[in-house]
Design a protein around this ligand. Structure first.
Ligand SMILES: N[C@@H](CCC(=O)N[C@@H](CS)C(=O)NCC(=O)O)C(=O)O
Length: 264
């Protein structure tokens, strides 16, 4: 991680995301925590913070007070003074927020233009895996309960475990091995970037949702599931955050534990 400049540290970002779950907001939190960047976690810090999430997705809204277009869904990042006419800028879509933050908070490989694009591609791939994980418990309809699509979930999760997990893990393994500067600990370059925090969060969620499957895959993908996964937990900023009590437990979000969907 490169040191955030004095200019960078002046901004306190607002993260607007559902309270009580890690969800996609966690990708933003981890990047901010790893870089020691101050932020407000609006819906978790303030008991009325949920209102900011509700306002974000108000179906009658066409714009906010600062002229930003409405959000489709959280997470969103509000940046004081960075919008039009010095008003707050509202940024949505997880990878868009991460890409915006990347060089501002020192979570992209500094002075390495190619590395910046490589990091972003790895993030987008990890978020594809994130989305595919969601589909294992909601393969038919997002608005229906898991209990209403259990049969299809079992088929989807079986294919996910048998084919998709190893394909993604194989890709991560190759990238980590190919980045000789990273020593198996970093995806791009020799310091932590937002590619590392994003992949780590998806792996951590998968360890929660499919513990038997992931445990069984450890020998096959040792760099990803052993070296990388355990070393990121020890990174400055991340280590403190994980043990701070601020880290929210998994529950009914993207990563859910349904033992019947795991390896038997
Ligand atoms: N592609 C968007 C997906 C956003 C998203 O699906 N957010 C979830 C919470 S993690 C949500 O509230 N979705 C409501 C919906 O899709 O109707 C992103 O990465 O930010």
């Amino acid at each position: 991680m490169s040191e955030p400049s004095t200019k960078r540290q002046k901004v306190t970002y607002d993260l607007i995301y559902w309270p009580g779950i890690p969800g996609r907001g966690e990708h933003i939190r981890l990047a901010l925590e790893a870089s020691g960047t101050p932020y407000n976690d609006i819906a978790n810090d303030d008991k009325d913070g949920i209102k900011a999430v509700q306002a974000l997705i108000d179906p009658n809204s066409t714009t906010d007070d600062a002229g930003n277009p409405p959000a489709f869904a959280p997470p969103a990042l509000r940046v004081p003074g960075a919008g039009r006419d010095g008003k707050p800028l509202l940024i949505t879509q997880t990878p868009n927020i991460l890409f915006y933050l990347g060089d501002k908070i020192g979570m992209v490989p500094e002075g390495d233009e190619a590395g910046k694009w490589h990091a972003n591609a790895i993030v987008l791939t990890a978020l594809d895996l994130n989305n595919e994980t969601h589909d294992t418990h909601h393969p038919v309809a997002v608005m229906k309960y898991y209990e209403d699509q259990k049969e299809e979930s079992l088929k989807k999760a079986t294919d996910f475990r048998e084919n998709r997990i190893p394909k993604f893990l194989g890709y991560f393994e190759r990238v980590l091995k190919g980045n000789t500067k990273g020593d198996g600990k970093y995806f791009v370059g020799d310091k932590i970037t937002y590619a590392d925090t994003t992949v780590w969060q998806v792996l951590d969620g998968l360890f929660f949702a499919f513990p038997k499957e992931m445990e069984a895959r450890k020998k096959e993908f040792p760099v990803t599931l052993q070296t990388f996964y355990s070393s990121i937990k020890e990174e400055k900023g991340i280590k403190e955050y994980l043990s701070s009590g601020k880290r929210l437990p998994y529950s009914q979000g993207i990563f859910r534990r349904y033992p019947e969907l795991d390896r038997q």
